[in-house]
Design a protein around this ligand. Structure first.
Ligand code: G6P
Length: 622
């Protein structure tokens, strides 16, 4: 979703802001803009619709905007269509027709999030003489700050605080005040915002990659806090306007991790980084030969007390939950529910005593997952979050956190974060099984060894690339693709199908193979591609029969199975093999050919692989 950046320091701000915005492109956007000011001069605003390169061209890479202090924004439309007038930055005064040029306004700002009561606030401001040039909630919130700033003749922090008390919704806001040259002001509630400091320079951004080139020293500003940023300094304030101490944290990700490193796209780079992401994640929780989740603060007593689990997540993280459900139920004998966060938050979920709610999220900022976490917490149920982004909101609010070590993931379609989440959930399953007395020492060692072998097996699964590339090119014009499987294979299908549809724009569906004949089989026509996932030995024959039923109706079949299951070739037209692993953990190897298939299909079609249309990496609104 929207990305915000800010800079105040000793270098020209605009090129740094544009570069920061390019690092946030993955979040999804439809327009972009900058506001830069030179000393006491008025801020100059430039906005462009479409790709960031339009803004880069308009400003000659930022050269037309001199000044050492500024803010920037990539907008993903929520209120108001994508247009230049609706693009940020927004101003407290009346903007010119195009929205670009020097602005007389006292307050200029950018915003990520949604102001829920913006209509009521707009009416209030109209009543007080304000006029609106855009359809955005952001313009309302900036004018509200301006209103308090003038009405009470107070400083920026007090004006921001009054605004925070008055608005409902989520926001990360970065503002410049005409009377305070060289300073940036910011505030946040439920939308991501980090502040980085270096010698004589201060940065703000929605996400780490935007500032990683300049500094690794960051502050995570808390909910309902505001900050005043001057070159090389950041001061934080609570809602009363009192200064508060926020700890400085060092980011361990390196800058190269957020670059393409010779690959054509981030997605293919991240696909290749999976063995490393899985290895790093496992190494962080397997110590002295045993799984150790104590860094999360979960005690053996807590794990022993768990009688059922509810896994809540969105998108691919939900698919991790679907796979984990099979693994945990099978290894631990504990009931597991898997809920879409967007549904969970509006239900009255009946969670018994001794439940554990597990929220899985790469970004740690997904609005629905955060709301679900809060729902669980308010019901007094212990919560565990499995998160990739350190310091993110969900990580901070959950009772317990397990961090995946996938590093920065830039491509919108997740791959390495998914794989890291999967192994973290496997480890949780093994640990729970052990604490519940379901595993003897030999079985415990067996599963732990099986986990440790996964990175190498994933590496081997990546070797199949060329064949899959050829197959993808051949089927790039498919209209529909069906992914079918049973049990854990169905969970793998869900993720394979999502990868395919989100980046290739081919309609695809994941179906539990046994359900096909209850309706979906009527969609099979001559040449329809059906992909059968066949890793679970006990279920292979049954799924192969379902594939045969499709073939009899004209389908073209791809089979995905473990080495040695040659009989699949008798039915499938094209078979892909992956290294064998323990049946519980097949998802980790079997997903790789499906990710590659989606990737090469998208490449064959010449699509924007890393930034598919209409999608955002981090969905911070409902
Ligand atoms: C978006 C991303 C998906 C991701 C989902 C949940 O839709 O495109 O890749 O799985 O959000 O995100 P989270 O950050 O909570 O894992």
């Amino acid at each position: 979703m929207c990305g915000i950046v800010g800079y105040t320091g000793k270098q020209p701000a605009a090129p740094i802001l544009l570069e920061g915005l390019s690092k946030l492109e993955y979040r999804g956007y439809d327009s972009a803009g900058l506001a830069v000011r030179s000393g006491d001069a008025l801020a100059e605003v430039v906005k462009a619709t479409g790709k960031l390169k339009n803004l880069i061209e308009m400003t000659d890479g930022g050269k037309t905007l001199p000044g050492l202090c500024g803010i920037g924004h990539t907008r993903w439309a929520t209120h108001g269509e994508p247009s230049r007038a609706n693009a940020h930055p927004h101003v407290s005064g009346n903007a010119t027709g195009s929205g670009s040029g020097p602005v007389e306004s006292d307050v200029v700002g950018v915003h990520n999030g949604i102001i829920e009561n913006y209509e009521e606030l707009r009416q209030k401001l109209l009543h007080n003489g304000y006029r609106f040039y855009s359809g955005t909630d952001t313009e309302v919130v900036i004018k509200l700050v301006d209103y308090y700033y003038k009405k009470y003749k107070i400083g920026p922090i007090d004006a921001i605080n009054r605004m925070m008390v008055r608005v409902r919704g989520s926001y990360a806001l970065a503002l410049m005040f005409k009377d305070y040259p060289g300073e940036l002001y910011c505030a946040r509630k439920d939308s991501p915002l980090i502040i980085g400091v270096a010698d004589g320079e201060t940065f703000l951004a929605s996400d780490v990659p935007a500032i990683l080139k300049y500094t690794r020293e960051v502050y995570y500003i808390d909910n309902l806090q505001s900050a005043r940023l001057c070159p090389g300094e950041a001061h934080f304030f609570d809602l009363n306007g009192d200064e508060v101490a926020v700890p400085l944290t060092t980011i361990t990700w390196n800058a190269e991790a957020a670059e393409k490193g010779g690959y054509e796209h981030f997605m293919i780079k991240e696909i290749h980084e999976q063995p490393r992401a899985v290895k790093d994640t496992l190494n962080s929780i397997i110590k002295d030969g045993r799984i150790d989740l104590s860094a999360s603060g979960m005690t053996t007593d807590l794990l022993q007390s768990v009688k059922n689990l509810c896994i809540v997540a969105c998108g691919s993280a939900w698919h991790v939950g679907m796979a984990a459900q099979y693994v945990i139920e099978d290894l631990c004998g504990l009931p597991v529910r898997v809920e879409l966060a967007s549904e969970f938050r509006y239900r009255k979920p009946v969670l018994g005593e001794n439940s554990l709610v597990v929220v899985i999220s790469q970004s740690g900022e997904t609005a629905d997952s955060l709301a679900a976490l809060r729902e669980a917490k308010s019901a007094g149920i212990p919560t565990l979050a499995v998160i990739n982004v350190v310091g993110s909101t969900i990580a901070r609010e959950a009772d317990h956190v397990l961090y995946t070590l996938a590093g920065p993931e830039i491509a919108v379609a997740t791959t390495k974060a998914y794989s890291a989440q999967l192994v973290m959930l496997y480890a949780l399953a093994v640990e729970l099984a052990e604490t519940h007395g379901k595993l003897d020492e030999e079985s415990y060692r067996f599963y732990q060894d099986a986990l440790l072998k996964l990175p190498e097996q994933m590496e081997r699964a990546l070797e199949n690339k060329e064949r899959i590339q050829w197959f993808a090119a051949k089927h790039a014009n498919a209209r529909d693709i069906f992914f079918i499987g049973r049990g854990l294979d169905y969970a793998i299908c869900l993720e394979g199908s999502l990868k395919m549809k989100e980046i290739s724009y081919i309609h695809s569906e994941a179906y539990a193979a046994g359900e096909l004949k209850h309706g979906t089989i009527s969609l099979i026509e001559n040449g329809t591609l059906v992909i059968g996932v066949l890793t679970q030995k006990a279920l292979i024959e049954k799924t192969v029969s379902n594939m045969a039923e499709c073939k009899a109706r004209g389908a073209y079949l791809m089979g995905l199975t473990g080495y040695g299951n040659y009989n699949v070739e008798e039915t499938a037209n094209f078979t892909v093999y992956v290294p064998n692993t323990d049946p519980h953990f097949y998802g980790s190897v079997a997903i790789i050919p499906l990710q590659l298939l989606a990737y090469y299909t998208s490449v064959s079609k010449g699509l924007d692989v890393d930034k598919p249309r209409n999608l955002a990496k981090s969905v911070t609104v409902e």
